[in-house]
Design a protein around this ligand. Structure first.
Ligand SMILES: [Mn+2]
Length: 495
């Protein structure tokens, strides 16, 4: 990144100016002399000579009709109340660098917009709500903010004008800088989605309660349990890119062996950034015994021939839908005897889990089906004393199965996380729900209760399953799962 104008950053220049100027005074009324190092001549020069770049004839985004329907459902649930849904702000990484911005899922779901500092407000009307999207408008050239403010377009790039935003998102747009005052002055019941925008929350602090705000958040989490056709399409796109990312990794396993797990992480990330927005979560690139560490994201270990590679990764689309796929691959292309025995058990468990995904089934059914197979294997192998019913009742298999068998998938990898127990974990599957089925077996390297040959082996197989009208569809079926098919697939890619 480039250095700021001499010698101070634009933020520092404006801060100095703000210190010296009346806080209420707009920037354009400040005298140029207030900006240290900027001559009157330069300030005057920078005001003009810029082309009009307003974009005309923009078409609405592909999901505009969907977001309108989602806002209508929200409106119907909270009649007569003002609803405030912020996108969130940039987060500081260190000093003056920020993490890449990711809009809140609630805001993105309701608007399709992904801009930092944006806020959706639904104002109650006689027959529902009027939505307004509050955004930072284009930079003013007259008052110098274009090049002297850190949020100026010269620094961060062109923004959409409010008129352009209205066209794209199908929602009237307004200047977000005026929103805190509007909210402070507003009367009547208000709810805000908390945790994203401290400034907006501060403006509402004496108007909202945690309990009522939580109800808004729960509604928006549960609204996302069933995906519409657009969302299913985006999930399929995410999965398709992820499949290509897994192929990329297999092709470079020799280079990973020469370096580390980081080569795998970087390879998958390249695919995610080129075809999508990002990775949907930190890629788990776990070779050898690292596979037994469920959230292994350091990815700094060696990749050795003869070991397994557990790769759990997902591409996130430009609309923020993510895949979540895991394959456990033999680094040298062939499973050893004990690796295959454990792998095939997990595969059988996953098959039982996927078969239990259908409309009308309980959400817990696929978990129970998968766990039963794993418990049967562990008893059969003599690792835990049967009968299987006793193992399941006491949960003894969990020493090696460790985690739940799946979760909802969407704009969050663990989607719908604040949905109520009765609608999610204790709920019933419906067409349009999308979930992962991901059983695993993990034998820690220091687990003295299993024979030595098991130790350090971790296997997980994870696919993204859509509940359909008559059963389910495996969105990630393009990636082989059965051990012999995995070996053949790897051999074909390594050519
Ligand atoms: Mn998962």
């Amino acid at each position: 990144m480039s250095e700021a104008l001499n010698p101070e950053t634009p933020e520092a220049v404006l801060d100095d100016a703000a210190d010296q100027a009346d806080e209420e005074e707009p920037i354009k009324q400040r005298k140029n002399g207030l900006y240290p190092g900027v001559s009157d001549e330069l300030a005057e020069n920078m005001k003009s000579g810029w082309a009009d770049t307003e974009l005309h004839g923009l078409e609405p985004i592909a999901q505009a009709a969907r977001t309108a329907a989602r806002r209508a459902a929200l409106s119907a649930r909270f009649p007569g109340e003002r609803l405030v849904v912020p996108a969130g702000n940039l987060k500081t990484r260190s000093n003056d660098t920020e993490y890449p911005f990711r809009a809140s899922v609630e805001y993105a779901y309701l608007t399709g917009n992904l801009t930092e500092d944006g806020v959706l407000v639904l104002e109650p009307t006689a027959d529902g709500h009027q939505a307004t999207i509050y955004l930072l408008p284009r930079s003013d050239r007259e008052n110098g903010e274009f090049w002297l403010s850190g949020q100026g377009e010269l620094w961060v790039g062109r923004r959409h004008s409010l008129t352009e935003a209205e066209r794209l998102y199908g929602i009237p747009a307004s200047d977000v800088r005026e929103l805190p005052d509007k909210l402070r002055e507003a009367t009547g019941p208000v709810r805000v989605v908390r945790g994203y925008d401290a400034g907006i929350e501060a403006a509402l602090t004496d108007k909202v309660t945690a309990e009522r705000d939580a109800e808004l958040r729960v509604f928006l989490s549960e609204a996302r349990l069933v995906k519409d056709e657009f969302e299913v399409g985006e999930l399929q796109k995410a999965v398709d890119s992820t499949v290509r990312g897994f192929e990329d990794v297999v092709r470079v396993l020799d280079r990973a062996e020469a370096t580390s797990e980081r080569y795998i992480e970087g390879t998958f990330f390249l695919r995610a950034r080129v075809e999508g927005n990002d990775i949907g979560y930190g890629s788990i690139c776990a070779a050898g015994p690292h596979a037994c560490t469920l959230h292994w994201v350091r990815n700094d270990g060696p990749v050795r021939s003869g070991d397994l590679l557990l790769l759990d990764a997902g591409v996130e689309t430009h609309t923020l839908y993510t895949a979540d796929v895991t394959r456990t691959l033999p680094v040298n292309g062939t499973y050893s005897g004990i690796q295959k025995k454990i792998y095939d058990a997990v595969y059988e468990s996953q098959e039982a889990g996927i078969a239990a995904v259908r409309p009308g089934a309980k959400y817990r059914d696929f978990h129970d089906a998968s766990q039963r197979v794993l418990a049967e294997k562990l008893v059969e192998w003599g690792l835990v004393e049967g009968p299987v019913e006793r193992v399941l009742e006491l949960g003894l298999q969990r020493r090696w199965t460790l985690h739940g068998t799946g979760h909802m998938l969407g704009m969050d990898v663990h989607d719908c996380a604040v949905a109520r127990t009765e609608t999610y974990v204790d709920g019933t599957l419906e067409p349009g729900m999308c979930l992962t089925v991901e059983p695993g077996l993990y034998f820690q390297a220091d687990d003295l209760t299993v024979p030595e040959e098991y130790r350090g082996i971790g296997v997980r197989i994870e696919d993204d399953i859509l509940v359909t009208e008559d059963g389910n569809r495996n969105l990630s079926a393009a990636l082989p799962r059965r051990s012999d098919e995995v070996e053949a697939w790897m051999a074909s890619l390594k050519g």
